[in-house]
Design a protein around this ligand. Structure first.
Ligand code: MD3
Ligand code: FE
Length: 199
């Protein structure tokens, strides 16, 4: 089943439980090669979400700003995006090209992400794809300008979102995680993968 909220396509239960478990195993390899960190925003505040990346570029933030980097802080390349993740992109976005970056976000029970737009990429005609794993998250969908009315929905483990067209520049955020809503991750919490074309 697919929900459409303000142009955001939500493929409920796209990944079966066994596929979710295999993906978590793949992500162990990613995190071994590129550890999670809590980055600092340009305003100097430490984010509550832990982040790392896979692919040609990683998305990073520090006092100098938000940007994509071809290497990690120690100059090593980011690990490859797992094939199972690329397969989801090919199925829902197509095979004209693959994503350049797979941002891996980890939410513990107190992490959240404020309302923002994804606009560090050079071509907004490519959609953004997101995969939710583990605990459920309250996802807030706004407008293409800051403020105004919002709609919220729970994202559950195995849900996949595609944000293309008008929805590509919508403000969005994660208000909170529902503690204990999943046993997929050994330490609890939630992982979100965000796939983007960068340049
Ligand atoms: C709607 N991550 O990393 S994914 C992000 O759950 C980010 O970790 C959230 O927002 C998370 O930038 C939300 C869903 C998502 C991603 C990109 C979007 C929704 C979007 C871009 C436009 C509109
Ligand atoms: Fe975002």
């Amino acid at each position: 089943t697919v929900l459409n909220i303000r142009g955001v396509e939500i493929h409920k239960g796209y990944l079966a439980p066994d596929a979710q478990a295999r993906l978590v195993e793949d992500l162990r390899g990613v995190v071994r090669a590129a550890a999670f960190a809590r980055p600092v925003t340009p305003g100097g505040r430490r984010m509550s979400v832990r982040m790392t990346s896979a692919g040609r570029y990683g998305w990073v933030t520090d006092r100098s700003g938000y940007r994509y980097e071809p290497c990690q802080a120690d100059d090593s390349p980011w690990p490859a995006i797992p094939q199972a993740v690329l397969d989801i992109w090919a199925d829902l976005v197509g095979d004209r090209r693959g994503p350049d970056c797979c941002l891996v976000n980890y939410y513990d029970e107190s992490a959240k992400m404020g309302m923002h737009q994804d606009r560090d990429e050079s071509d907004f005609s490519w959609p953004v794809l997101s995969v939710s794993l583990g605990a459920s998250a309250l996802f807030r969908i706004g407008n293409t300008t800051r403020g105004g009315r919002t709609e919220s929905t729970w994202l559950e483990s195995g849900d996949v979102l595609v944000m293309g067209g008008e929805a590509r520049l919508i403000y969005h955020g994660i208000d909170r995680i529902r503690v204990g809503s999943s046993t997929l991750l050994p330490r609890g919490g939630r992982i979100n993968l965000t796939l983007r074309v960068v340049d």
